[in-house]
Write a protein that binds this ligand. Structure first.
Ligand code: NAD
Length: 475
């Protein structure tokens, strides 16, 4: 279904994010027929160049980040005709009157702030002082949204000077992933799972976001951040919220976000013995990738959390994320309890049910159930997967699973904030994160080493072992 006509201005239109994610996502929505004929995308950045030069650069980006077979000549040409460009200085006056002249009154207005957060205030202010942003304009902001509670509050206050909360779309692209939305479909669209979705039947939950790559060229940025700020406070926290939240009364923005907020507020403070911080060493070494040879920033974190409410009392949530690990993979895994009593022989082979929701690679959902092993050998049991990988079940190949940005940008145009973070959610997540980071600082906590290409530090394995559990293998 096509969205309404729009003007989308991408501030930071010459940046890395625009090139790798935003513009390829827009092209895909265009080629799928979702973008109306008179939609317009205006790149805006400091670089002085013509619209034709930017368009050429966008074309190169599409060729780099999309498969050749998606780039039909007429389709690409028609998409590139939707593009325009303006050199605008976020902190100066150049370009703003020209932008005002370009914007149309009768179409949806959206402004993507794909620039450093330090420029958000300047952009918001100039969009208003130049009479460009209407009261129904939408703005999109990227992570990092602050580096602690105080800076997040300051960013929220800056944006609130010019925009209402209903106009602000804070992206966490994990929420745009198909399987993450499927987590909600599975939970709330079936009668099977929700009655079991509590401490009585769930033994524990594991949430993993594992990367094979190191910090690469982002060392300078990453070293000031670390896994806690870069991954846990936002992405893992959002996944935890969707897994643990109560059913919202409707699938609509504030109903969903109210429930997520309650989860964050219900988190117990984490004991230092329930957190493992690591730094990769060996073939490639974190300390070689950053400037400070004595850096104590973590590139890995594992932790055990408790959601202190009726539903989850006694069910731990184990989170882990890290760089330079054995394999790349993100998943939410719900480990159910064993049957309360086994009618089969002790070694018959029945196992507890496990529901895993894979975010990447190969997005899909897999439920392991116990059945009888075929054959006449008595009542032998095996656990088999009820596999709902999208590729097989839904008949399209994995390369056509829409990218998170496709869904999220179209939601902005449609005016649907359900999959975006509200200001109070972000602040609550920082309020929970801050004391942990301050604790490390006060103790001058040193991360433990883990070997590049391994599954993470030994200490993280112990975090599970001491509870009689184990991490799922990194595939
Ligand atoms: P980048 O450095 O590649 O690009 C920055 C853009 O901002 C450029 O287009 C530049 O011209 C523009 N810019 C800088 N100063 C300006 C000014 N004074 N006036 C107008 N334009 C100005 O950055 P990026 O990687 O594209 O990231 C953009 C934002 O998205 C950042 O906040 C970043 O943290 C966030 N982000 C990026 C990624 C990613 O994969 N690149 C992922 C998540 C979040």
């Amino acid at each position: 279904i096509p969205v309404d006509p729009f003007d989308l201005v991408i501030f930071g239109g010459t940046g890395d994010l625009a090139r790798r994610k935003i513009l390829p996502a827009l092209f895909r929505r265009f080629s799928d027929g979702q973008m109306p004929e008179d939609a317009r995308i205006i790149g805006a950045a400091r670089t002085k160049q013509t619209a034709a030069a930017w368009t050429k650069w966008v074309h190169e980006a599409l060729k780099e980040f999309l498969p050749k077979e998606e780039l039909g000549k007429t389709l690409v040409k028609a998409f590139l005709e939707r593009l325009d460009y303006l050199a605008i200085d976020a902190v100066g006056e150049a370009g703003w009157p020209e932008l005002k002249a370009k914007m149309r009154d009768d179409v949806t207005q959206a402004f993507y702030f794909s620039v450093a957060p330090s420029l958000f205030g300047a952009l918001a202010e100039r969009l208003h002082s130049n009479g460009i942003a209407r009261a129904d304009a939408r703005i999109v902001v990227e992570k990092p949204f602050g580096r602690d509670l105080a800076s997040a509050q300051a960013l929220n206050a800056t944006l609130a000077e010019h925009f209402a909360e209903t106009q602000i779309y804070r992206i966490d692209h994990y929420l745009g992933k198909e399987t993450v939305q499927n987590l909600m479909a599975i939970r709330f669209g079936n009668v099977l799972f929700e009655p079991l979705w509590n401490a009585q039947y769930v033994d524990h939950v594991q949430i993993t976001v594992a990367e094979e790559v190191g910090v690469g060229g982002r060392g300078a940025y990453y070293d000031k951040s670390g896994a806690m700020r870069d991954m846990v406070q936002n992405h893992l926290m959002q996944l935890l919220c969707l897994t643990a939240m109560e059913p919202p009364n409707r699938f609509e923005p504030n109903a969903v976000r109210d429930e997520k907020l309650k989860v964050i507020r219900a988190l117990d403070p984490v004991a230092s013995t329930d957190i493992v911080r690591g730094q990769y060493v060996g073939k490639s070494s974190y300390l070689d990738d950053v400037e400070d040879p004595a850096s104590r920033t973590e590139s890995y974190i594992a932790m055990k959390l408790h959601v202190a409410n009726w539903r989850w009392n006694g069910t731990p949530f184990y989170l882990r994320t890290g760089k330079c690990l054995k394999a790349r993979g993100s998943e939410i895994v719900v480990h159910f309890k064993e049957t309360p009593h086994s009618i089969f022989e002790e070694d018959a082979g029945n196992k507890a049910n496990v529901l895993s929701i894979r975010l990447q690679p190969n997005e899909g959902i897999d439920l392991r159930v116990t059945i009888k092993e075929p054959g006449p050998g008595g009542m032998r049991l095996v656990d088999v997967p009820l596999d709902m990988s999208f590729a097989d079940a839904l008949g399209h190949d994995a390369s056509h699973v829409p990218d998170a940005y496709e869904r999220l940008i179209m939601d902005v145009i449609r005016g649907d904030q359900t999959l975006f973070m509200r200001g109070d959610e972000v602040e609550a997540a920082w309020a929970w994160t801050d004391p942990i980071i301050e604790g490390w600082k006060a103790r001058n906590d040193k991360p433990v080493d883990y070997e590049t290409g391994s599954t993470g530090p030994e200490e993280a394995l112990m975090l599970m072992h001491r509870d009689g559990r184990r991490w799922r293998d990194l595939a």
